[in-house]
Design a protein around this ligand. Structure first.
Ligand SMILES: *Cc1c(COP(=O)(O)O)cnc(C)c1O
Length: 467
């Protein structure tokens, strides 16, 4: 052995040398010269460390493949598609509503070029971005005026801040909700500059309770839809028309936060009634707020409908400017609202409604179709059986209501918690991660929301199960 080759790093190729290979050329075409060079340099650094601590020196092909893998990983977008097989149709952590194709096209178009976002083409003058959705929302809800902001949390804060900054807001003790992500009504009121005045009790609130709470410092009355829980048993709440009447007498606005706020009758999916903005307006609300990406099935947005005067006041609040929606949201929402104009094809076009309406037999057939592919991929590690599932709407709509569904239960042969967790992790590690849930000692895939069966089964060969 010559003196030179006695160094364990002597055979390490140089960055320049590697850059002249075909693999490096391919990396450069895909990612650019600087990132390719950087990836090769980092890979060589890593190898140096490994080799100096006694590891083997990989050959050139292996080094380049490590660099390519590194570069591909670094370049992968953090936000990526997953299969929602949790059974929760509107899963906040998984992005809630999938948009209809019509809305996706509208987003792309709005993103691609200049538009008349705040421009009246006919008059050649400045316009307002709300104009693109206002008439549609008014038509659908029966409201006189409408505006939108980034989400419903923003809508609630904006309404409170507009009508009750430095003032009191009587709200029923039964409606002081906390929903996920630190949205707690008492905190939201405080942050909006209002003083919450708790009225009634947890289970029963009467009109007299509200009447007694109204004074010179009252800014508005707020009714909050108890999205994620139900108060049952010996209960009483004040009918909306009575609250509306009380507010009118005292010349203060009556606002209702509906949360999900469906624009369809959920009865057609065999679900119980969920209050609609149309009913809220009919019951005398001055302002109604609801989400764009819950049961509506559109983009994240907070929709505010109401009377002309009150919506005009909301628009004048400087906070409105800070909470305004971008053009892509407006394009998507407008496209979704257009679909609502054609109720006959609504369910087939809006993915959220399509998932909710999907017959359980249809889901069961899907389980029969893809079950064998999963069983094959398990390769003896686990048993796969058809199972009945219980889906739910999610995002605080009809929280106690279960929708019968179907799917697959995957039970490891060595049925330990470790094996179950490993199974769930392996599905999360797929090119398009599949998110299921662990229940009753099985890993459950609820297939209600799986539309791309082929894409799902095609990647099962990549499933990496423990030894
Ligand atoms: C979901 C919900 C909100 C918040 O809506 P986002 O669109 O998630 O911001 C506010 N109020 C109620 C009653 C809700 O259910």
């Amino acid at each position: 052995m010559s003196k030179k080759s006695s160094s364990p790093l002597a055979d390490l190729p140089s960055v320049d040398r590697l850059l002249q290979t075909d693999s490096a050329a391919a990396m450069t075409v895909e990612f650019g010269r600087a990132p390719a060079t950087d990836a090769i340099r980092r890979t060589l650094d890593d190898i140096r460390t490994v080799v100096l601590s006694g590891g083997n020196m990989p050959d050139e092909v292996a080094i380049l493949s490590m660099a390519t893998k590194h570069l591909t990983e670094v370049n992968a977008p953090s936000l990526r598609p997953v299969y929602n097989l949790t059974g929760t149709v509107l899963h906040t952590n998984l992005g809630r509503a999938a948009l209809p194709e019509e809305a996706i096209d509208a987003v792309a178009q709005a993103a691609r070029s200049a538009s008349n976002l705040e421009y009246r083409i006919g008059e050649g003058k400045r316009g307002d971005r709300d104009e693109h959705i206002e008439s549609q929302l008014c038509e659908m809800t029966g409201a006189e005026a409408a505006t939108i902001v980034n989400n419903n949390a923003a809508a609630v804060m904006l309404v409170l801040n507009t009508f009750a900054l430095g003032k009191e807001v009587p709200t029923s003790r039964g409606e002081l909700i906390e929903i996920g992500g630190s949205f707690r009504m008492p905190d939201i009121m405080a942050q909006s500059g209002c003083t919450l005045v708790e009225v009634g009790t947890t289970n029963r609130t009467h009109l007299e309770d509200f009447a007694a709470a109204i004074g010179p410092d009252t800014g508005m009355i707020m009714k909050v839809h108890t999205s994620n829980y139900v108060v049952e048993g010996f209960t009483a709440e004040v009918p909306e028309p009575r609250l509306a009447e009380l507010c009118r007498k005292n010349d203060i606005p009556f606002a209702i936060d509906l949360g999900s706020g469906t624009l369809t009758e959920l009865e057609m999916f065999g679900l119980p009634h969920e209050p609609t903005p149309m009913e809220a307006m009919k019951n005398g609300a001055d302002v109604v707020t609801f989400s764009g990406d819950k049961l509506l099935g559109g983009p994240q947005a907070g929709i505010i409908v109401g009377t002309k005067d009150y919506i005009a006041r909301i628009r004048k609040n400087p906070m409105k400017r800070a909470l305004r929606c971008d053009k892509m949201t407006i394009a998507a929402l407008s496209a979704v609202l257009r679909l609502y104009a054609d109720p006959d094809r609504l369910v087939e076009r809006v993915p959220t409604l399509r998932a909710l309406a999907r017959p359980v037999d249809d889901i069961r057939s899907a389980a029969n179709r893809i079950g064998p592919a999963i069983a094959a991929a398990m390769d003896g590690f686990a048993q796969v059986t058809d199972t009945a599932c219980e889906s739910q709407i999610g995002s605080g709509a009809l929280p106690t209501r279960i929708i019968p569904s179907a799917g697959l239960a995957i039970t490891p042969k060595n049925n330990s918690g470790t094996a179950l967790n490993a199974l769930a992790a392996a599905f999360r590690d797929l090119p398009i991660p599949a998110i299921g849930r662990i229940q009753d000692a099985a890993f459950i895939l609820d297939l209600r929301c799986l539309e791309d069966e082929e894409g799902f089964t095609a990647q099962l060969s990549a499933l990496d199960l423990p030894g």
